[in-house]
Design a protein around this ligand. Sequence first.
Ligand code: EPZ
Length: 419
Amino acid sequence: MQKLVIQGGKRLEGELVVHGAKNSALPLLAATILSQTETTLHNCPELSDVDAACRILSYLGCKCSREGPSVTVDTSGLINFDVPDSLMREMRSSIVFLGAIMGRLGKCRLSFPGGCELGPRPIDLHLSALRKLGVEIHEEHGYLDCDAPKGLKGGKITLSFPSVGATENIMLAAATAKGDTEIHNAAREPEIMDLAEFLNKCGAKISGAGESTIYISGVEKLSGCYHSVVPDRIVTTTYLCCGAITRGELIISRANYSNVASIVPLLEHMGCQIYAYGEGNIYIKARKNLKAVPTVRTMPYPGFPTDAQALIMALCSTVDGTSVFVENIFENRYKHVNELIRLGASIKVEGRVAIVEGVKKLSGASLEATDLRGGASLVVAGLFAEGTTSITNIYHIDRGYESLEKNLRQIGANIKRIN
Ligand code: EPZ
């Protein structure tokens, strides 16, 4: 089993390059199924979740090949419409293949995606929306048998919660449905806009992505295209936190400043100087004495992202003052707290609320990553903690971060991966 070992206390200085967004690459890879000809995704990150998505595509009969940061998908060999349980369980977001397979083949069989470290991950919003587009779904023994005997037809859908995955599944199923679809209370994440841009390049007719109402006019068929995956805004946030917690000075390149607009004011309030310059560069410099942010509430985009909660919490553990976190999106997203406490952090959790009292010092300890962003928060905190911090179960981190320890080493961190 691999682990990361960090000797903390080093001030980080230098440049970090942000890779393409995991949460965009995954729906985009599913979306390639809709294209009758070859698609190439540039800036597609090398992550275990991306590998898992490519394994699903290969199982379905598509050909996936990677050349450095580019992944090419040829769907001419598409023959299967079922995704085996073993592949579905590799990552929770594989449910987004449902909309794509239905859009291309009109039938699909897959198992309920596994729950995950963040608590149960229901798909009721996905299923009720797809039913409105003419999909007949039979749920039995943990499997979903989906069919559209009369083909997919457009419809008007209002989501009770702006679910990212449900919005993506509807877009994928509606792109080649007969007639028009409206999605009300749609998710507004940048990854939704990236998916709409990709689908339109393939010949779809989608407008309003990034707003609360998305309009889709179904088209006959889609053809492949070239598309560059949007930069990962949570990796950008992670790097900003690494710079801030070590009171360092960083340049983060190939980033998208507007996609971290809800994070920057918090870091500035704490005492960081941050600005964007040139093409996709972000500068951050943290003063020695940082102060707490009053309250951090996770919200759907453009609010403060739930995926950044653990990262900002690690930083808040080391600043002067008390911060209050309210996790409104997932019911079990504080599993990193006990691990941060092992480093000496002072955090109290009561339901969805976590109270973080900054401490002057953290001391290295042996930790276990509990989930993707929680694991990343332990790396952030370990960079600050005096002495040695080791982190096991780093397969969680490898799901969403491309060569994290290599990148951090290049800017002065003493961090290595050992078997
Ligand atoms: C996406 O998950 C992201 N994953 C998550 O990132 C992110 O935390 C989340 O959006 C919120 O921004 C990918 O894009 C692959 P949701 P998703 O549907 O689509 C409830 C990471 O760390 N819900 O917006 O699953 C659900 O239980 C991951 O990169 C229903 O009740 O998120 C949750 O409480 C973690 N019924 C809330 O909505 C449904 O049918 C948000 O879920 C669907 C969701």
